[in-house]
Each structure stands twice: as C-alpha cells, then as structure tokens.
Design a protein around this ligand. Structure first.
Ligand code: SIN
Length: 485
C-alpha cells in the first residue's frame, strides 16, 4: 500500500465513461528503486479501449457545446485539486517512476500549469473575417474542436505529459482517451479521480490501462471515431503510429526523440553554463527527450568547463527518490541501464575516456552512475544515439560554423542549448540550429506558456502556448453569399 494521505487517489483499474473498471487479470506495478510491488491494476485490452473511444464520442456533443468559460471553470477546479494534492501525487509518481520527490512535485506543478494555462487560453479561440473578392459575399473563419482525441503517453513524465495534452484538448472542446505507459498508470488514474471530483463529465476524460500496447495502439490510431492522435515517445514507435493514423487520415501531433546539443562558446559565463548543463542533463536521471545528449565545448574553455562540470556531477546523490537529498533516482528498468552501459562501453572502445562514473551503481540493478566522458567525437555511438540516461559526452570544437554543423548532424531536432555572450553570435547560432526549441544561456526551457515541440524526426505539432491549442482545433471557412440588394 502506498503511503499517502488521500488513499482514494490509488485506483485499481481503468476509468472509462465515469466508471472504474475491475478485472481478474491484474498488472503488478513496481517501484524501480527496489523492485517492490506497490500496487496492482486491472488489465484492460482492445474491448475496453474501444469502449473508451465510444464513450468519448458520446460525450463530445455536450462537452463541445459548453461555453469556453464553463469549460475553463471545470478545468480550473481540476488544476486546484491537483495542486491541493501535489504531495500525494508526487509520492505516487516517485514510487512508480523513480524520480526524486522534489522533481516529482515539480512535475505535478508543471503538469497542472498546462491545465491552468489552457483553461484561460480556451477563452481566446478567435476566428476571423476576411474581405471577400465580391461585394455580395462575406468570408468568415471559425474554429471548432477536432473531436475525439486519443493519446499514448510515456513513463518518464507520468503526470505532465497527460496534463499538457488533455488540457489543450479539453479546453478546445474535444474529449480525450489516454493509454498511459504500463510502468506508470497510477499517476494517470489519480488524475482521473481528481478530474471526476473537479466535475469533468463522464466520457470526457478516459484512462485505459493495459499491457497489450500494440493492439490498444491500433484502436487508438485507427478507430473511426478518433479524429486526432497524439503521442509522446520514441521516434521508432512514433513513425509506426503515424503510419497507422494515415489509414484514416487522422490529425497527428508527435513529440518524439531528441539528441540535444549543448554548446559552450569561449565567451560564455562558464559557471552559468555548468549550472545549465547540470539542469538539462541530469533531470530525471537523463531520461527526458530534451535532455542534453552532447556537450560541445570550445577549445579555449574546454579544461575550465570540464573541471567545473565534473566537480558538479560528483556532488549528485544517487538513491531512492523518496530519500531526502537524493537527486538521481533509478532508471526505469535494468534493461535501460544495460542499454546506456552498452553505449558507454562502445564509445570507450572508440576512444572516449571515462572521467567519472561509467557503470551500474551499487544502489541497485536499475541505477546508473552519473557519468562524464571526454575525448568524444561526434561520430561515436554515444553522440549519434539518444542516450536517455545520466551520461554526458564532452566534445571539443574550435569554430562556430563547425559546431553548428556538428549539432545539426542528426535526424533529430527537438531541443538545443548554447551559452555565449556575443550578440551577433547569439543570433547566428540561434537561427542556424535546426531545432524546434533553443535555450540561450538557459538549460530549463519547458513551461506552459511556450510552444514545446520539434522539427525533423523529433515530431510535429506544438504543446503548450497559444500554438498548442491550434493542434486541437479545425478551421472552418463560412462563405455567406447573396448579400446584394
Ligand atoms: C519529455 O521528455 O518528453 C518532456 C520533457 C519536458 O516536458 O520538459
């Protein structure tokens, strides 16, 4: 039993059409820090996924007909309840996902911020009038909700990735079905409990928890009642989901993999750069799509940056996320640890040097030591792949044009970061980086007011900001004729 204040937040099965499902077949949810079972949840499958889509379709007429301010009021209730239960939600999150409690609290607040933000932005879905080419006509543009939105969300942000999709969808007047990652369904179900308490009507927000990922994904991408599909996860899986959506020509928005460069120029404030690199690299033990993947440092400041950075990484405390003072929790699984270690060992074989860490940690099978590699080149395995773990490869460079080319030499284009002071350089580099988001002298770029999303194979669409709402709206053009006397 999870130790939290409001035990009603711990749910035992999917939430569909305002009802909680049970089943004899159970899925055990384990704490990645120690492998202990913390809860078990009823296993749903194709039938329940279809029921959720049908429920969302049935709820659409009533939800979309509400005024934006009515929807905003309900979403605001949801936001308030989430923030009131921030400690419990964070404790659930840490125990099913592993991240340190302070980070989990931060994630709950981050997710809730999208609900608050979109509740307000939903009131500003403006249309247009356009001068018509002839006097007897008027052209009017209105925006309408796309319809039922289906989604699949990842284990690395079990709360916030649902919140930022659902908030925009519901604010726009859409209804929503989510299949959360099977490792971390408890946060999703706790959010559903609070959605119900907030007054979100039955069928508007549905959570389907099940182990049949492929079959459930097929329903969510191919059911005729689904109008739009949104996914956060790997590029490989994203591509196959996009191809499934192509059958029904469904709208998609995809937040996929990344390979973020973090560039330190010789005019940078080195202490600020170290701080930014720590924040963007080691959050969630390096398991975020926007995590720094390659650190490029200009030759003149290479020794200075490396020394300060290694000293900062040495300070990280690894352990169970519930323990005070821990800032690196477990990775999601022993397999994830193995994958990261293979990348590290391969790169060492290619000439990289381990200056810190470089192996599984004594804390347990799912822990990997915060690691720093030097002597890395952009062609090594560690630079070419999304690491998704607490490993920092440092790559030296000499020229601005050279580093922009190296930074862009990847199929990914999600987030990039650089530290510099020269204003001309700042504009040249910001414009030259082929990424959807660029942190300039800043390592933490995610927030509800900003458009989160990538280019190239990192996906399409934006989450957060006024642009995030567009992804859940259809434009309809009305042509009014016969207006001559
Ligand atoms: C992600 O890793 O997918 C999301 C990270 C963020 O929202 O900052």
């Amino acid at each position: 039993m999870l130790n939290i204040t409001d035990q009603q937040l711990i749910k035992k099965g999917s939430y569909i059409n305002g009802r909680w499902l049970t089943s004899a077949e159970q899925i055990a949810i384990t704490n990645p820090a120690d492998g202990c079972i913390i809860a078990s949840v009823a296993n749903a499958g194709i039938v329940e996924t279809e029921q959720a889509v049908v429920a969302a379709k049935a709820a659409l007429a009533v939800w979309s007909a509400k005024s934006a301010s009515e929807r905003a009021g309900i979403l605001r209730n949801w936001f308030n309840l989430i923030m009131q239960h921030q400690d419990d939600l964070a404790a659930i999150l840490t125990q099913e996902q592993g991240k340190p409690l302070a980070e989990a609290k931060g994630e709950v607040a981050y997710g809730a911020a999208f609900i608050e933000w979109f509740a307000e932005e939903g009131k500003r879905v403006y249309g247009d009038t356009i001068p018509a080419p002839s006097a007897d006509k008027r052209i009017i543009v209105i925006k309408q909700p796309v319809g039922v939105v289906a989604s699949i969300t990842p284990w690395n942000f079990p709360n916030a990735m649902i919140a930022r999709k659902a908030a925009a969808a519901l604010a726009a007047g859409c209804t929503f079905v989510v299949r959360p990652a099977i490792q971390t369904p408890l946060s999703a179900l706790a959010m559903a409990e609070l959605a119900e308490r907030a007054g979100i009507p039955a069928g508007v927000f549905n959570v389907v928890v099940g182990s049949e990922a492929k079959a459930m994904g097929e329903v969510l991408t191919m059911h005729p009642d689904v109008a739009k599909f949104t996914f956060t996860g790997s590029t490989v899986v994203g591509k196959s989901l996009i191809s499934q959506c192509a059958h029904g020509v469904k709208k998609v928005s995809m937040e996929l993999g990344g390979n973020a460069p973090f560039i330190v120029f010789d005019d940078a404030d080195i202490d600020a750069a170290v701080q930014g690199a720590m924040a963007s690299k080691y959050r969630n033990a390096g398991q975020t799509c926007v995590c720094t993947n390659r650190i490029f440092v200009q030759n003149k400041v290479l020794a200075q940056f490396s020394e300060k950075f290694v000293a900062a990484v040495k300070e990280l405390a690894i352990g169970n996320g519930l323990t005070a003072g821990v800032n690196i929790g477990p990775m999601i699984s022993a397999e994830a640890v193995k994958n990261v270690d293979q990348l590290v060992q391969k790169s060492v074989g290619q000439g990289a040097k381990v200056v810190l860490g470089g192996k599984q940690d004594a804390a347990g099978a799912n822990f990997y030591q915060p690691t720093v590699l030097t002597n890395v080149t952009n062609s090594m395995a560690i630079a070419g792949n999304e690491i998704f773990g607490p490993v920092s490869p440092i790559i030296a460079f000499s020229e601005e044009a050279e580093v922009i080319a190296m930074a862009n030499d990847t199929e990914y284009g999600l987030a990039a970061y650089f530290y510099a002071r020269d204003i001309g350089r700042i504009w040249r580099v910001a414009e030259g980086l082929e990424y959807g988001m660029v942190g300039i002298n800043e390592g933490m770029i995610s927030n509800s007011a900003a458009p989160f999303g990538g280019v190239k194979q990192s996906g399409n669409g934006r989450e957060g900001s006024k642009y995030g709402l567009d992804d859940y709206l259809e434009i309809k053009y009305l042509c009014m004729g016969g207006l001559d006397k």
